[in-house]
Design a protein around this ligand. Structure first.
Ligand code: 5GP
Ligand code: ZN
Length: 115
């Protein structure tokens, strides 16, 4: 998919509304439109990469920044005592938006294994 048509690229460019919680030069984070927990934030690299399966070694610093963002946002949102990070890669894994994103879930008891 071209980044022109990608809904997360549109959100990052401000062409589609979102409830932003955090932004840096490389990352944009906002509330999920269909939350699966009291806190459900999507942490998205500004660079369009379709799936985690498509990353290259050059993306390693960016992925590290996403983790640091997750920690910072968890503190900001008051869930740092317990939260879960999820990346779905590929349709079989439940990925529905093909622009890499990290789900930050918190504010309720999490079960294991996930569905
Ligand atoms: P995936 O299923 O690809 O791992 O996650 C995609 C997530 O994006 C879903 O949790 C879905 O609710 C969320 N989502 C899809 N479209 C939009 C949108 O337009 N705005 C926001 N804020 N979230 C969206
Ligand atoms: Zn995109």
């Amino acid at each position: 998919m071209l980044s022109d048509e990608c809904i997360f690229c549109q959100i990052i460019r401000g062409e589609r509304p979102s409830r932003k919680v955090y932004e840096t030069e490389t990352i944009y984070a906002f509330h999920d439109i269909n939350p699966q927990a009291p806190t459900h934030i999507l942490i998205v690299p500004k660079k369009h990469i379709a799936r985690l399966a498509d990353i290259t070694p050059e993306d390693a610093p960016l992925l590290g920044e996403m983790m640091v963002a997750a920690k910072t946002i968890a503190e900001q949102e008051g869930v740092s005592s317990g939260f879960r990070l999820v990346i779905n890669s590929g349709r079989e894994a439940g990925q529905s938006v093909f622009h890499v994103h990290l789900h930050l879930l918190g504010g309720r008891r999490m079960r294991w294994p996930p569905g």
